[in-house]
Design a protein around this ligand. Sequence first.
Ligand code: PEP
Length: 251
Amino acid sequence: MRKPIIAGNWKMNNTVRQGLDLVEALKEAAQTAPAEVCVCVPFTALSEIGKSLKGSAIGLGAQNMHFEEEGAFTGEISAAMLTELGTRYVVIGHSERRMYYNESDRSVNLKIRATLDAEMIPIFCVGESLDIREQGMAKPWVKEQVVNGLANISAEEVSRMAIAYEPIWAIGTGKTASDDQAEEMCAYIRNLLEQLYDDETADRVRVLYGGSVKKDNIDGLMAMANIDGALVGGASLKAGDFARIMNFEEK
Ligand code: PEP
């Protein structure tokens, strides 16, 4: 049985003070959640939020990382800097980073490798734009991202990962994919994993959905056979909403 993951992605929101108030308001709800829960916070908040989360049911996550161990990479953060603060999850290849910071499949692949080497869990994001979907190319697009992102990643390693299907047209737009659309692509990704690895490995990988997940649509999404959790942006900034999302109705 795959344990679902409900991950909050704060993006560039919350000062340390605001973040501390938010996690304080989430701790009790996380105790009853039928999922691993984490919050992926700005780098500046990792240290203090990490201290606050110790002993709680909420894991600490980052939103990006450099793939090199150290060196002359001004403005970047390494895996060791994250693990030192207790970081367990790292969002890799979010569409906003691909779009605004030229993240390529190659850099995403190197970041997945570095995250796994540091014993953290990459939340590897893939997903198509509206344009690609309307051209009927969503599956080949996602296939290429998955295949390139997982180059040289072993079966044992991939089974420790989470893959988040995030259609770009649904992120921050309030326009969620329907349960069936989300399930179709998550099942397709699992099928790809069967081809790239084997049935047992494909069965272990947590495949998440992300894109305007809200407290009103989480139960339907989580009832789908191949959806093992959610990557939640906007709704993870509201304590009451994220508390409800993490306590989704179990299938
Ligand atoms: C995200 O940040 O990955 C995301 C899916 O955002 P939102 O839930 O706001 O669409």
